[in-house]
Design a protein around this ligand. Sequence first.
Ligand SMILES: [Zn+2]
Length: 167
Amino acid sequence: MEQISVSPLSQKAIRQIARKFRKMFDMENVLYFPIVQFIEWCLPELGMEYEIVEVGEMKNAYGVTHTGKGIMQIREDTYVGACEGKPRNRFTLSHELGHFLLHTPDRVSFARGKVPAYMNAEWQANTFAAELMAPYYLIYNMSVEEISRGCGMSYTASKIQYSKYHG
Ligand SMILES: [Zn+2]
């Protein structure tokens, strides 16, 4: 079976990209990453448009990013939730931003058989989202609870991020 495969990126490489990206927009030391404002104000600067799609028109996904066309589609309930600061929805938007930055068409191909995590687009986008929302250099001495509250990330995602640094 053919699988989508993307150019390999390690956890460490993705962490560096997320940090550079925060720096680019002068947000290196902002604990609570303002993902909604970022998508509204900064995404257009990067040549990407976003579109809010009704739930009925987008039943099976919370967000879809078409890097080739430069469009990020966000399901309405996800967008509203993110505006209200719901951690799950904030994570989805950060995940889509990861696809936009990491998965330009030249980095996507097809592979036979099982694709390892570091070449899996979803793994990369999830890793990017976690590194953007809760970067190591800001959270290394925080508890899971503090990461979750401070970064606006779900307890589960915060716990996963925490465990990466406290093996
Ligand atoms: Zn995805």
